[in-house]
Design a binder for this molecule. Structure first.
Ligand code: RB5
Length: 157
């Protein structure tokens, strides 16, 4: 039996409507989904939700994170401050494919003001069916971790 993939989703107010659609889609597809909020279109600060989701990924409590703000940029910038997180903004499927196959990204960020639900579903399908290629890309991803180590020597890899 295949292992159920655990996913944490989160957004700010600008990403909230898309986050609701993404959560429902992933649940329908059989993923084990945690929702880190936000829970309305009331204005909030995207780093708060990005940190919650990124923390779940970094600690291994979930396999992947999906974050949404207006553009997918602010949540990715924030999530990437958490050691062990590789967040990629993918507002189309080609970026999603390469974020997984070359970068072994573990957090997908999308822009709720840029991506409609149908496009988001295609991006999610691409993301979750694309494995990391490893090989020469493994060395490069290791180098990303080495940068983290140099700037946060107190954190373990
Ligand atoms: C909120 O207005 C907006 O700045 C935020 O959702 C996001 O797009 C930031 O990157």
């Amino acid at each position: 039996m295949e292992k159920t993939i655990r996913v944490a989703v989160g957004s700010d107010h600008a990403g909230f409507p898309l986050k609701e659609r993404v959560r429902q889609y992933l649940e329908r597809k059989g993923f084990d989904v945690e929702d880190a909020g936000t829970n309305s279109t009331n204005s909030v600060d995207y780093p708060d939700f990005a940190e919650k989701v990124a923390g779940r990924v970094a600690s291994g409590q979930v396999d992947f994170g999906v974050l949404m703000c207006g553009t997918g940029i602010g949540v990715a910038l924030s999530a990437n401050k958490v050691p062990g997180v590789r967040a990629a903004t993918c507002n189309e499927t080609i970026s999603a494919r390469f974020a997984r196959s070359h970068n072994n990204a573990n957090v997908l960020a999308m822009g709720g003001r840029l991506v409609d639900a149908a496009t988001a579903e295609k991006i999610l399908d691409t993301w979750f069916r694309t494995p990391f290629e490893g090989g020469r890309h493994e060395r490069r991803v290791q180098k990303i971790s080495s940068i983290e180590q140099r700037y946060h020597p107190e954190k373990k890899a």
